[in-house]
Design a protein around this ligand. Structure first.
Ligand code: AMP
Length: 129
């Protein structure tokens, strides 16, 4: 079971942003920018391009709704999108509020925000859905 499946199952806590029957969105615990959100299929699939077509399209549709809410909750120029999967073998789309190109740099030092701030950001995004 991946760490993300354990989050979906409620075994590990997460700052949940959105959920439906098949997909789940939550804050990245080590954000590259405030509001950095991960969008995943609940079904455990290693890699984005291994998803079945309907699940693949559904994931992007879900991500678009989350991105629209994120853009309202965390003012920014654009929502950047990245797919890496270097760390967790459970397909996920990174949504990152961008003000400069450098905000999408995964090599720089990550942020560690206090729990109350993380919760406030998650709540603010969820409120815009
Ligand atoms: P990657 O697999 O390279 O796309 O990176 C995995 C991402 O998941 C990283 O940005 C981590 O900070 C994030 N991450 C790992 N564990 C957790 C967790 N328990 N809750 C939220 N985000 C996580």
């Amino acid at each position: 079971m991946t760490i993300f499946s354990r989050i979906v199952a409620g075994e590990i806590p997460s700052y949940k942003v959105a959920e439906d029957e098949n997909y789940y969105a939550f804050l990245d615990i080590n954000p590259v920018a405030k509001g950095h959100t991960l969008v995943i299929p609940k079904r455990e699939v290693n890699y984005l391009f291994e998803l079945e077509e309907d699940e693949y399209l559904g994931l992007w549709a879900f991500a678009r709704k989350v991105a629209a809410a994120l853009e309202q909750a965390v003012p920014c120029k654009r929502i950047g999108v990245a797919v890496l999967g270097m760390e967790v073998p459970h397909c996920h789309i990174h949504l990152v509020p961008l003000n400069t190109e450098g905000d999408l740099n995964f090599s720089k030092e990550k942020l560690t925000l206090p729990a109350d701030e993380m919760q406030a950001i998650a709540n603010a995004i969820a409120a815009k859905l």
